[in-house]
Design a protein around this ligand. Structure first.
Ligand code: 13P
Ligand code: SF4
Length: 309
């Protein structure tokens, strides 16, 4: 490890104590940012954690919608996203206007939105979901028809497991640029031929062809738990590359092969150790969600956390 990285880590750890700050970090962050985390997890685990924070300040190392969710759950606390340009392009695929149009066309149909959405869209839905609890939420809702978005592939994953529901996609076809890179997972299948004893784990944001070839389709938190608990020794990981870094660092006795070593989320990688340090020093940039949106968006987020206890 370079001297500069080591020095920044020490300064960050000291500043966290001095300022009573907690560092919440998503599984896709770069290795050195993961290493200064107080808590690392998937979207659901991070939302749960954000619901019970006692520290004065939250530094969120992830993307915009995750930090916004933490802020909605903690309107009195300073929630800081070290780089405001860390914006998830999938969340931007569902403008409020599109959602309202679909709601008008389908009166009375409940709306379930993936947390990968802007706060203003969340404010107009009935309940949010993540890749870890989408099936559970749709099952518990127990409706014939549900407006669901923005990720079409997550909709495919849900529909395969809850066959008696009609999902109305909003927008028509939302997707993640990073998970699109796996296509049908040809490289992963080559790896599987070479290591037949390996488990192939795929994220539900990947295309249907790849999902169908997986041994398990899991959220990033689900992947982590599976790799820890399984008696298998080799795993092929079909999601963003930061996940592989965490698995290799925390479970050194097992082997993790990336299904695509180029699957990097540019938005996640906008957070660095340097801007995390600067965010702690300056207590900025603060994530601001307008009060009226905060109040409306809190309900569907809390409902999700309640429904997936
Ligand atoms: P997870 O909730 O599985 O971590 O997924 C978040 C995400 O943005 C995937 O691209
Ligand atoms: Fe958004 Fe995809 Fe990046 Fe996740 S991996 S934050 S869905 S762009």
């Amino acid at each position: 490890m370079s001297e500069k990285i080591q020095m920044l880590k020490e300064k960050i750890n000291q500043l966290k104590k001095d300022k009573d700050a907690v560092l919440l970090v998503h599984n896709y962050q770069v290795n050195e940012v993961q290493e200064v985390a107080d808590f690392i997890g998937d979207s659901l685990e991070l939302s749960r954690k954000a619901q019970n924070i006692e520290s004065k300040m939250i530094i969120f190392c992830g993307v915009d919608f995750m930090a916004e969710t933490a802020s909605i759950l903690n309107p009195e606390k300073k929630v800081i996203l070290p780089n405001l340009s860390a914006r998830c392009p999938m969340a931007a695929q569902l403008p409020l206007k599109t959602l309202l149009k679909t709601k008008n066309e389908n009166p009375g149909v409940p709306v379930v939105l993936y947390v990968n959405t802007l706060a203003e869209a969340k404010a107009e839905c009935d309940v949010t979901c993540t890749s870890a609890n989408a099936v559970q939420i749709i099952q518990k809702l127990d409706k014939d028809k549900v407006i669901f978005g923005p990720d079409w592939n997550l909709g495919y994953y849900v529909k395969k497991r809850v066959s008696n529901v009609e999902l109305i996609p909003v927008p028509k076809y939302g997707f993640c640029n990073t998970h699109k890179l796996f296509k049908d997972g040809i490289e992963a299948l080559e790896l599987k031929k070479k290591y037949p004893e390996a488990d192939l784990l795929v994220h539900p944001e990947c295309d249907p062809g790849f999902q169908d070839n997986a041994d398990y389709v899991l959220s990033t938190g689900g992947m982590y738990r599976h790799c820890k608990e399984s008696s298998k020794k080799i795993f092929i990981i079909g999601t963003e590359i930061g996940m592989v870094d965490r698995l290799r660092r925390e479970i050194p006795s097992k082997t993790f092969l990336p299904a695509n070593p180029n699957a990097e989320c540019p938005s996640m990688k906008r957070i660095t150790l340097q801007n995390t340090y600067e965010a702690l020093v300056n207590e900025d940039p603060i994530v601001k969600v307008p009060k009226e949106i905060c109040i409306k968006a809190l309900k569907p987020i809390e409902r999700m956390l309640e429904m997936s206890k």
